[in-house]
Design a protein around this ligand. Structure first.
Ligand code: RFL
Ligand code: PHB
Length: 390
């Protein structure tokens, strides 16, 4: 088998890259470890920056997004029961975000890929990357018990944080930066109307809580939990009780309790691997970096990496220029580090840290007061939340 670009991973990064390349006539094959149904069953992000929406338009997969996605002009920060609205649209000269589930984005991309007849190999075991430091890289994998080899010009490692691509790079060639937070998020998805029209990020004595949504009839809620908590110990009743105790009174009163359709705990981490290109191997998305979900940046960063990477590859094939390829890592990382900073900062502002002293708690409160009483403070939050320019 031969292709121009071998893409490892059929998450949003891999599927979006495949779609953008295919539309330019660049041949690509996606190799995914899991089944398509499994990929679609993972409940994750829900907030899309305008830049990502534009990319989905360019990829020709934004029709349902525009029909069903919810455009949000703002969101609220709450601190010990006090609420402050960040007017995204007013503070950024008209920019907004769109609430549309990652699962839906992935679904739309899969349908489009099937429509153009591009190859995706699902349930591929033991994927191995070969010779990406030379001119003729290859990817091999086991499908239905048979090892197959795919020769290619480039490999795009879009296989998430636990994928094989980053681990294939020799240790000395990669530098990793990491912060692991001493808590996680317990998330619940439920078919009940959202407590508020916009997202509410709440910091309370008992810890952080977030009210999000997927539609007018489907809510997504999160509460901060310590790392030793087990999902099995959280009945729906216990979850909703805890959630309401952390929200401002009016929001808590508006929460509709209903049976969960998904419940899981995700640990929080900040992580960056540098560089993001090794010869003919590129890393993109969660394969190269992780942000804590507080800033809603993970999925959006995967999309901005793909913006830089797809442009670089298109320039290579169409314009015979490798300038984009040479500078991919540098351009992607410049934006990544700013999103890392914002996600780290928002996590620090809103969570209860077990080791925080009363001084640090007062600092969190002062930070909130500053944002709530300063247009400049609020504008900084808004500028980052809607997404920095590509
Ligand atoms: P993905 O989605 O992890 O996809 C990687 C794919 O690679 C496959 N794979 C392999 N394939 C072949 N061989 C191997 N050896 C492989 N190893 C892995 C996997 O099966 C998978 O299909 O990475 P990608 O494409 O980079 O996308 C990144 C996003 O998924 C992630 O950043 C976001 O979900 C993060 N995130 C959020 N991001 C936002 O922008 N806004 C949000 O509101 C938001 N909320 C969240 C989140 C992530 C969460 N969790 C659970 C991590 C909320 C949560 C709870
Ligand atoms: C979500 O809806 O899943 C969501 C929204 C905002 C975040 C994180 C997750 O910051």
């Amino acid at each position: 088998m031969r292709t121009q670009v071998a893409i490892i991973g059929a998450g949003p990064a891999g599927l979006l890259l495949g779609q953008l390349l295919s539309r330019q006539g660049i041949d690509n094959v996606i190799i995914e470890r899991k089944s398509g149904d499994y990929v679609l069953s993972r409940i994750r992000a829900g907030v899309l920056e305008q830049g990502m929406v534009q990319m989905l338009e360019e990829a020709g997969v934004a029709e349902r997004l525009h029909r069903e996605g919810l455009v949000h002009d703002g969101f609220s920060l709450a601190f010990d029961g006090r609420r402050h609205r960040i007017d995204l649209k007013g503070l950024t000269g008209g920019k907004t975000v769109t609430v549309y589930g990652q699962t839906e984005v992935t679904h739309d991309l899969m349908v489009a890929r099937e429509g153009i007849g591009a190859t995706t190999i699902y349930e591929a075991d033991d994927v191995v990357l070969h010779d990406f430091d030379g001119a003729s890289p290859r990817v091999s994998f086991v499908k239905d018990g048979v090892r197959t080899e795919l020769a290619c010009d480039f490999i795009a490692g879009c296989d998430g944080f636990h994928g094989v691509s980053r681990r294939s790079v020799p240790e000395g060639a990669i530098q990793e930066f990491e912060r692991v937070y001493p808590f996680g998020w317990l998330g619940v998805l439920a078919d009940v109307p959202p407590a508020a029209h916009e997202l509410v990020y709440a910091s309370a004595e008992r810890g952080f809580a977030l009210c999000s949504m997927r539609s007018a009839t489907r809510s997504r809620y999160y509460v901060q939990v310590s790392l030793d908590e087990e999902v099995e110990d959280w009945s729906d009743e216990r979850f909703f009780d805890e959630l309401r105790r952390r929200l401002p009174e009016d929001v808590a009163a508006a929460v509709t309790v209903g049976p969960s359709i998904e419940k899981s705990i995700a640990p929080l981490r900040s992580f960056v691997a540098e560089p993001m290109r090794f010869g003919r191997l590129f890393l993109a998305g969660d394969a190269a970096h992780i942000v804590p979900p507080t800033g809603a940046k993970g999925l959006n960063l995967a999309a901005s990496d793909i913006h830089y990477l797809s442009q670089s590859l298109i320039e290579h094939y169409r314009d015979r220029s490798d300038t984009g390829i040479a500078t991919y890592s540098q351009r992607a990382l410049a934006r990544i580090w700013k999103a890392e900073r914002f996600s780290w900062w928002m996590t620090g502002l809103l969570h209860k840290f077990p080791a925080n002293t009363p001084f640090e708690q007062r600092m969190q409160r002062a930070e909130f007061d500053h944002i709530a009483n300063s247009t400049v403070g609020s504008a900084g939050v808004a500028e980052n939340y809607v997404g920095l320019p590509y």
